[in-house]
Write a protein that binds this ligand. Structure first.
Ligand code: VGL
Ligand code: ZN
Length: 206
C-alpha cells in the first residue's frame, strides 16, 4: 500500500466489545479483518477512548440523569454513557485479539474531564485538536481509511473531520460496527457521510 494512505483503527477496546460496559453488538467480530487490514498499510494509527473517572460523558457523574439522556454542558450537547474506557483500566485496553504489532501511533482522546472527544482529530468543543491532522500531514498522508468502533459515533465523527480537513476519506464498512442509538442512527450517519463525499467501501475493494 502506498505511503500516502493511512489506516485509522478507532477504539477497538474491551469496553466497546461484548462483555464491556458500552458494548457494541458484535464489536469483536471485526477484529480479525482489522488485523488483516493493518498488514496492508504502511501507516497505521489506533485510537483509544481514554477518560478520567470524573468524565462529563458518564451518566453516574450527573445525579438524577440516566444513561442515554442528552444534556447540555458548557453549551455542548452531551450524550450520557455508562462509565467506559477509564484510563488505565482493563476496559480501556485494546481488545486482546487486536494485533498491535503494526501500529505506528496510539492516540488517546477524551482525556479532558469536561469535554468529550468522539473524533480522532478534535474534541467535541470543535476547537481543541488532538494533533492527528498534523501527524498525518507531516507524513504526506492524503487518504485516510477508517475502521473500528463505533460506526455511528467515533468512526463517524472522525471521518467527517477527515473529509473537512481535505483528506480523501474512506470508511471500510465491514471493518466497523455501530451502536445504532438512537435507533436509525447508523442509516443516518451513512447517508450523511455519503453526502459529504466520504467513500463507504468494503475491505475486498482494497
Ligand atoms: C464512543 C460513545 C462514547 C465511540 C466513545 O468510540 O464510538 N462512543 N465514547
Ligand atoms: Zn467515550
Amino acid at each position: 500500500m502506498k505511503k500516502n494512505k493511512a489506516l485509522v483503527i478507532v477504539d477497538v477496546q474491551n469496553d466497546f466489545c461484548p462483555g464491556g460496559s458500552l458494548a457494541v453488538p458484535e464489536g469483536d467480530e471485526i477484529i480479525p479483518l482489522i488485523n488483516n487490514l493493518s498488514l496492508k498499510f504502511k501507516r497505521v494509527v489506533a485510537t483509544q477512548d481514554w477518560h478520567p473517572r470524573n468524565h462529563v460523558s458518564f451518566a453516574v457523574n450527573h445525579p438524577g440523569k440516566k444513561v442515554y439522556d442528552v444534556i447540555k454542558y458548557k453549551g455542548i450537547e452531551q450524550v450520557l454513557w455508562p462509565e467506559h474506557c477509564v484510563s488505565g483500566t482493563s476496559g480501556a485496553d485494546f481488545h486482546t485479539n487486536l494485533n498491535t504489532e503494526n501500529l505506528n501511533l496510539i492516540l488517546r482522546k477524551g482525556t479532558n474531564p469536561e469535554i468529550d472527544s468522539y473524533s480522532a482529530f478534535q474534541e467535541n468543543d470543535k476547537k481543541t485538536i488532538t494533533g492527528l491532522e498534523g501527524y498525518l500531514k507531516n507524513l504526506n498522508v492524503r487518504q485516510t481509511y477508517f475502521c473500528g468502533l463505533a460506526l455511528d459515533y467515533c468512526v463517524f465523527y472522525s471521518a467527517m473531520d477527515s473529509i473537512k480537513i481535505g483528506f480523501e476519506t474512506y470508511v471500510i464498512i465491514d471493518g466497523t460496527k455501530g451502536i445504532d442509538s438512537p435507533e436509525g442512527n447508523i442509516d443516518k450517519v451513512l447517508r450523511e457521510m455519503k453526502e459529504c463525499d466520504i467513500k463507504i467501501i468494503k475491505s475486498s475493494d482494497l
